[in-house]
Write a protein of this length. Structure first.
Length: 475
């Protein structure tokens, strides 16, 4: 009896097993190194390469947690009995599974169907992410002229500054991406740009190793007309033809090109006989008044050519000097010539068949240039180096602008308030001829200069117009 009583009081605290498998939600691929823990706390184990695990625990009720970085933790309950095995399966969802996508972007500006937009404008939009995730935006901008699409990616602000073409309709859309959910597209808005402005100023700026042509208005708003992949310079606009003539390198040659005032329709005019002469940067071309012809120099000869590249005609030939610059007005051509070194300069006028009419300048030392006839052909504007300096590097020390009167045969220095040690180059009359425009540069020729305007009858007036700019035209 004593033995029997003793056996009745023995309690066996048995154990059971919790085993299971952890896979990824949707793909059902096994997840390795998932941390498996229980509450009440027992051993902590990790899943193997096949996503399996096994824990031996005391009999009882447990909450079993599966936990891994970048996934949402998952709990399963297990009632464990002695000698039995409970099997669990976990399908872990990515930690972003409950993340919400960003709201549809709202396009703010330009408003839909906006018109007369400038060529430089700011696209604006707004977008909210419910989880405050950092958003990145992609902007699609389609040009209706040729259906080309510009794509701007990885934008972190809700604005984008763009340059667009004038007189063109555009379509734009914004895509918001939280890099968790599927990107969200905005509606598509449209806007139209204004007509190209009547810019009075044209100039050249060095862009890397090439020259680039710009136009600008009186407020200094600049528009690039040629790109930096070509070497283009010496713009001359004709309002009648509504074209800009200019020079451009084609291989080792220099040719005359034309383009519309907005830079479109760039066409090569010369082909058989290219432009050539002393120092390509000094060579100048001109239009006939009606815009039907362009005059250009070729060594000691002057040619005219029609806009379609036909009608090439030799107009004039010198007796030895090279023709470097030419200007046309009301049936008269002004010509500037020089020797191979750029000196021994002469300025004179001829008629359209090459007969010499008036000699303006001859027998001077130093550099001369920048010829421009007045509207009534009573005056001519030009520059010359008052120092008379000459050297092999064609350095100019004190170049001033002068107005020569054909009736009185007198010249007047109009380079008012010119800083010492600078040169006034590439002079042109203003459209009203009350002012002139100059390219002012330090006489070492190294530091980029600036385009300035000054009133002829107001000696104290000299204003900066464009920096790092040269070869101005003002029409």
């Amino acid at each position: 009896m004593l033995i029997g009583c003793s056996e009745d009081t023995i309690e066996i605290n048995g154990k059971g097993i919790i085993k299971g498998r952890v896979v990824e939600d949707i793909t059902f691929l096994p997840l390795e190194n998932v941390k498996i823990s229980t509450n009440p706390q027992t051993n902590v184990v990790f899943t193997d390469v096949d996503g399996n695990f096994e824990i031996e625990v005391e009999e009882g009720q447990y909450a079993v947690q599966a936990q891994k970085d970048d996934f949402l933790a998952s709990f399963e309950s297990a009632d464990v009995f002695t000698g039995e095995t409970v099997e669990l399966v976990y399908e872990l969802k990515p930690s972003t599974a409950n993340n919400q996508p960003p709201a549809t972007p709202s396009l703010v500006a330009p408003v839909d169907n906006a018109v007369d937009q400038p060529f430089e404008l700011t696209l604006e939009w707004s977008s909210v992410d419910p989880d405050e995730d950092e958003l990145k935006f992609t902007v699609l901008l389609r040009n209706s002229r040729d259906n080309t699409v510009e794509t701007f990616e990885d934008i972190t602000e809700e604005t984008l500054d763009v340059q667009v073409a004038f007189n063109t309709t555009y379509f734009w859309q914004v895509i918001a991406n939280d890099e968790i959910n599927t990107p969200v597209n905005s509606p598509v808005f449209t806007f139209s740009t204004a007509d190209f402005p009547l810019n009075r100023f044209h100039f050249v700026r060095k862009s890397g190793s090439n020259n680039q042509i710009f136009s600008a208005d009186g407020d200094g708003v600049e528009i690039a007309l040629t790109d930096a992949t070509t070497n283009s310079w010496r713009p001359r606009i004709n309002r009648t033809a509504n074209k800009i003539a200019f020079l451009r390198n084609v291989g080792a040659q220099i040719h005359v090109f034309t383009m519309d005032p907005d830079g479109n329709n760039q066409q090569q005019i010369t082909s058989q006989i290219p432009v050539s002469g002393f120092n390509p940067d000094e060579i100048d071309i001109t239009w006939s008044d009606d815009g039907s012809l362009i005059y250009y120099p070729v060594q000691d000869r002057l040619y005219s050519i029609q806009l379609d590249g036909t009608g090439l005609t030799q107009v004039h030939q010198t007796t030895g000097n090279l023709i470097t610059e030419v200007d046309f007005n009301n049936g008269i051509l002004a010509v500037k010539t020089n020797n191979l070194s750029g000196y021994n300069c002469e300025i004179y006028t001829i008629d359209t068949v090459g007969n010499v009419l008036d000699v303006v300048l001859t027998g001077v030392t130093g550099a001369v240039g920048g010829i421009d006839l007045s509207a009534d052909n009573s005056q001519i504007l030009y520059t010359r180096d008052a120092s008379g300096f000459e050297n092999q590097q064609y350095r100019r020390l004190d170049v001033n602008a002068y107005v020569y009167n054909f009736n009185t045969m007198n010249e007047v220095n109009v380079s008012f308030n010119k800083d010492p040690g600078t040169n006034d180059l590439d002079v042109r009359f203003s459209p009203t001829e009350a002012s002139i425009i100059v390219y002012n540069q330090d006489n070492d020729g190294i530091t980029p200069g600036k385009v300035q305007t000054l009133a002829i009858l107001v000696p104290d007036t000299r204003e900066d117009e464009f920096t790092n700019a040269m070869m101005p035209d003002w029409k």
